[in-house]
Design a protein around this ligand. Sequence first.
Ligand code: MRU
Length: 342
Amino acid sequence: MNVAGKHYRAVWLDGPQVWMIDQNRLPFYFEIRNAPTHVETARCIREMTVRGAGVIGAAGGFGMAQAFLEDEGREHVDRARETLESTRPTAQTLYYAVRRVHRRGVEAGPEAAAREAQAIADEEIGFCREIGRHAEPLIRDGMKILTHCNAGWLASVDYGSVTAPIYRAKERGKKVFVWVSETRPRAQGGRLTAWELRNEGVPHAVISDTVPASLMARGEVDVVMVGCDRVAANGDVANKVGTLDLAILAKEFGIPFYVAAPPSAMDFNCPSGEGIPIEERPQDEILYQAGLTDEGRVERIRVVSPGSGAFNPAFDMTPARYITGIITPEGVFKPGDFPRPR
Ligand code: MRU
């Protein structure tokens, strides 16, 4: 994606260093941060400097390659694999990437590990392009699309799994409008998707997470499109908490509900969504919010009654029966009917 005329990926490897756009600073500051070691890369994933399943996977793969490049032997890379895998438990792409790079590094050494990690990042982008190609026909001229969280460029290295069809529809001259659900508590919709869509000139409006039911009831939503962090073999999907609410509402109002899913998110070892681990994040993400003051400073304030605690599951699981179709790089499939690895 271009920012101020320059093309960026959300995360990249340069020699032994991982570089990334600091997503905790967006949209108020656009800053690049580097992680010189795999330990630092793991910290950046855990603290959500980088986030979104595709980018968590790419960063994990790069972190694994860094561990090989650190050249401290087999125990070191095995420990690094555990460190990286323990950062965020829900996104399947993290395990997919870390294991693939670990395997390659053990077989063929550090340079091969780095090439494998690079291939994974490149593939994620290719998946998004293909998802865009298959999903663009689902978007008719004048449609109003509702999306949740951020399944854009910042979550998928480049292009974005949900944004790819939107950008493609716009390129083809279709008028599209996107409802962006704010996505509390971290506001990936309000902060990141809104920022991306504005950069790309896509008409949109941010809505609070409580608005979709009334919008749908008024006929203001034509289709819901979300990304995913993991897809179980039966087509159940884990994605940002709040996705389940949207899926149930969409079914009630007869609105198609699509999930964009690269093959790296498919977990065929997990028979159903019940087996997908749901990450629980610190309660401070609910108790506090950060934002820009009128004086241009980013400040953190408490927004919940002092003394109260919070519960903060980061994802939820949407059963396959609520999903109209899973959009993959090979086409749009009924949940559970998508292609298995060859
Ligand atoms: O907690 P996050 O911001 O990493 O969660 C991201 C999401 O849930 C996205 O919707 C998901 O990763 C799909 S986009 C590749």
